[in-house]
Ligand binder design. Structure first.
Ligand SMILES: [Zn+2]
Length: 252
């Protein structure tokens, strides 16, 4: 078989190998995304727990404050009963009223802390739900990856054998060039030539749309063992059977 046909065979099987591998690659990426999102949720959860702890400890402190105010008030009330004159009585009463105001302020702070805890608790529930859901998705993704890996294992080894056979008939320098282009373009190492206008001899590369000189076409028509590459995208050019047929009478 002419070189260009051998290259096209290699091109076809090479793309099959790549697309098979990419199926597993996308399953791998998908699983990684799920794991990353789980990590983010776990971080959110631990931050939430920290914040709750902080507010709980604020509440405990406020309760201690309120408790000591209460005992101070009951002490002052006992003293009120024992007051010996109006002046002493008024002073004690004034102190009771002042610390009652303090108590009110502490109570308000406590309420604010409690509602903050409530908000955080609700948010924690939401995080738990999301964690559960994401965990299920992650398990499915892991399973999916395993299935894909085992599914392609057999097919991949068959295709790789086919690929080796197809590559074996290509000269080494051409093969290494082919592989480099394929790696650069995710397997798109070859490009068909499009006949834009046969009469006006206008042709282009189907990959990058570069207009190709007539010389490229005459070379390819004349010799199927010569490699012609696109001057712009560097892909190996070929003529599809239909184009070759369409050009044959015109060239004669
Ligand atoms: Zn091109």
């Amino acid at each position: 078989m002419p070189l260009i046909d051998n290259l096209l065979t290699l091109y076809t099987v090479d793309r099959q190998v790549r697309s098979l591998r990419s199926r597993v690659e996308s399953a791998e990426i998908y699983l990684k995304v799920q794991i990353r999102q789980l990590d983010e949720l776990a971080l959110e959860q631990s931050e939430n727990q920290q914040q709750q702890k902080q507010h709980q400890s604020n509440i405990a402190n406020l309760e201690t404050e309120i408790g000591s105010i209460d005992s101070r008030i009951s002490h002052l009330r006992d003293e009120l009963k024992l007051a010996v004159n109006d002046k002493q009585y008024s002073a004690l009463l004034a102190e009771v009223n002042t610390i009652k105001e303090h108590r009110k302020a502490f109570e308000q702070d406590e309420l604010a802390e409690m509602s903050a805890v409530e908000v955080l608790e609700n948010f924690a529930k939401d995080i738990s739900t999301r964690l559960e859901e994401r965990d299920k998705v992650k398990d499915l993704a892991a399973k999916d990856l395993k299935t894909h890996e085992s599914e392609i294992a057999e097919q991949l080894s068959e295709l790789q054998e086919e690929r080796s056979a197809a590559a074996a008939v290509i000269p080494e320098d051409v093969l290494s060039d082919f592989d480099d282009i394929a790696d650069d373009y995710e397997g798109e190492s070859m490009a068909a030539i499009e006949i834009i206008d046969k009469k006006r001899k206008e042709y282009s590369c189907t990959s990058c749309s570069l207009h190709l000189p007539l010389e490229t076409i005459t070379t390819l028509m004349g010799n199927k063992d010569t490699i012609v590459k696109c001057g712009s995208c560097d892909r190996i050019l070929y003529l599809e059977a239909a184009s070759r047929e369409a050009l044959t009478p015109a060239e004669k």
